[in-house]
Ligand binder design. Structure first.
Ligand SMILES: [Zn+2]
Length: 594
């Protein structure tokens, strides 16, 4: 025992620590070649794989034994052993190559050579295969036919990867709309995502960490050439005429990622600055909401129900752009029973199909009758309910006002700040206060505000000053919430996983629901807007501001968001508006998702 121990110790002192490492230098590459190349080669061409495995094992063992069995008393002896090992290992590979190359099971072009170009080619193949893995989406055209993924390594493939990247980034950002629009700057196209009704510059790249490499492109932009390729990719997927860059084209495609299926409405339209393409993600889901889930306050639900029940006269539906108008329009129409009543619409961009409703499409670019004339011909068909999704001109307002108020209900939906300003716009368009006021039955208005992420919102005690500004009694409100964005994970602040650090998640509507009765009609007729306001106040129904304040008090949203969404002067674009953000030139003329 003692003896062997001393011998071992002696051996250790004699063998330098680097000698075993030297043994590894030829052994490791040999082992790699045997397992990654030779064994696979044998398996591929059904060579006696097991036999060759044994041969490699025996040669490898003998080689190592040869290296270590020579007494390592002198330096020279070690090098001799090492040399023998290298020779044996090389011989093993060469013998395998020579023998298998003669085997007729191995086709000539697959014989093993030391040709380095083949190795490079193999590496290229591998790279391509890795790229191929990047095609993650299953894209189906309007006719449900599959959009084939191009062969990897081709320019088409690179475009596909870029187009998919755009889509997947949009999904990750919970975007409901993607816009590619000219910025007015040379060769720069703005790319934006609409998230919770706010347009934000699209982040298309991970922030690059390297110090030497080129800086990553800023969010919200693409070079013109790249953007054009990506736009044309999606246009081609939607089976559009790719050469047509001016006329408006709209088509629906389906994009699947794993089990997640998204309907995408691709819209392409020309403008003086260049072509714009927008993609609405799940357009129907965006405008499909039940009245109970819309965020109406209780007295408003009751008022709206009785207004629908009444079913006569003109009801105005208004909001600023992208603020929930289309959703409200569809929801109200769906409150009417389309099976017992004749319900029709006149729309430019049909965003959802309404069961049982005849949806007439108006094409502004087509020759022929204008919107108002189309509305008149619909009204002549003796409908019970008509929804006009636009108020493009005075003629339309006049036609709506002239509709038989004892027989039918007409909804007119258009852009306006609130229920009162909508009435003013309508009366002015009709041009006859008497006729206009007689026709009116109600005015609805909507805004959307972002809901605080309940996972990371921060409670705080509002200051007396703040409560005073909000018109709230100082002693009643003990707690409000503000946006967080971070949560404590193991006592460390981390980006909130629910909202990705934004602090807001999802949307909530706030409304004005004002029925118009004789008292208001009289005030409208005499253009006394203060009197109209007074009458509205008497109804004890909340204004947009009051409804939004209620949401803030309930912790649904923040005071900051409440003010942003309901202050008319406030910019509607998000604070960090990039090139695709607030500038009117960058806003795509897409159907106002709202
Ligand atoms: Zn959160």
């Amino acid at each position: 025992m003692y003896l062997s121990h001393t011998l071992a110790a002696e051996a250790y002192t004699l063998v330098s620590w680097w000698k075993p490492l030297l043994l590894l230098i030829p052994f490791v590459p040999w082992a790699v070649v045997v397992s990654k190349v030779l064994d696979k080669h044998a398996a591929r061409f059904i060579l006696p794989r097991q036999m060759w495995g044994t041969v490699h094992l025996v040669v490898g063992t003998v080689a190592v034994l040869a290296a270590i069995s020579i007494p390592m008393k002198s330096e020279a002896a070690f090098w001799i052993g090492w040399g023998v090992m290298v020779v044996l290992l090389i011989a093993d590979v060469v013998i395998f190559a020579v023998v298998t190359n003669k085997d007729e099971r191995v086709p000539a072009e697959f014989r093993l050579t030391l040709d380095m170009s083949k190795w490079t080619a193999a590496r290229e193949e591998k790279k391509k295969a890795a790229l191929q893995g990047k095609v993650e989406l299953t894209i189906k055209g309007p006719d449900k036919s599959l959009v084939q993924a191009p062969i990897s390594g081709t320019p088409e493939f690179e475009v596909r990867v870029a187009a998919e990247n755009l889509f997947m980034r949009a999904l990750a950002a919970r975007a409901t709309q993607v816009d590619l629009a000219p910025t007015g700057r040379d060769n720069i196209v703005g790319v934006s995502f609409t998230v919770d009704s706010l347009r934000t510059p699209a982040v298309l790249h991970e922030p690059v960490q390297t110090k030497d490499g080129p800086p990553p492109p800023p969010p919200g932009v693409m070079t013109g050439a790249e953007a054009l390729k990506v736009m044309d990719f999606w246009r081609a997927a939607a089976k559009m005429d790719v050469n047509e860059r001016r006329k408006k084209q709209v088509a629906d495609i389906t994009v699947e990622r794993g089990t997640q299926r998204t309907k995408v409405r691709v819209t392409s339209i020309g403008s003086p600055a260049g072509m714009r393409v927008s993609m609405l993600l799940d357009p129907e889901a965006q405008v499909r909401r039940k009245v109970e889930a819309m965020g109406l306050l209780e007295p408003q639900v009751a008022a709206l129900r009785s207004m629908v029940e009444d079913g006569k006269g003109v009801v105005l539906i208004s909001s600023p752009p992208d603020a929930g108008r289309t959703t409200l329009f569809y929801t109200v129409l769906k409150m009417h029973d389309a099976y017992t009543k004749n319900v029709q619409t006149l729309e430019v961009d049909v965003q959802d199909s309404l069961e049982g409703v005849r949806q007439n499409v108006f094409d502004p670019q087509a020759e022929g009758a204008d919107f108002g004339t189309n509305l008149r011909s619909i009204l002549r068909r003796d409908p019970d309910v008509v929804g006009a999704a636009e108020l493009p001109d005075a003629n339309t307002a006049k036609e709506a006002a002239k509709a038989d108020r004892d027989r039918c209900r007409v909804y007119v939906s258009f852009k306006s700040e609130n229920a009162l300003s909508a009435i003013q716009t309508y009366v002015k368009a009709v041009g006859d206060p008497d006729l206009a006021s007689k026709s009116l039955s109600g005015s609805l208005s909507v805004r959307v505000l972002r809901k605080l992420c309940t996972n990371c919102r921060q409670p705080y005690q509002p200051s007396a000053d703040m409560l005073k500004k909000l018109g709230l009694p100082a002693d009643k409100v003990k707690q409000l919430f503000k946006k967080g964005g971070q949560v404590m994970i193991k006592n460390k602040p981390e980006t909130c996983p629910a909202c990705g650090g934004v602090g807001y998640l999802g949307l909530e509507g706030v409304y004005e629901v004002f029925p118009i009765t004789d008292a208001e009609r009289a005030a409208v007729k005499s253009n006394d807007w203060n009197a109209v306001k007074m009458e509205f106040r008497k109804k004890n129904l909340p204004t947009l501001q009051q409804a939004a304040l209620r949401k803030a008090l309930d912790g649904v949203t923040s005071v900051e968001e409440m003010l942003r969404a309901t202050t008319d002067e406030a910019p509607k674009a998000p604070p960090p508006a990039g090139p695709a953000g607030g500038a009117p030139s960058a806003r795509a003329p897409v159907p106002q998702k709202s």
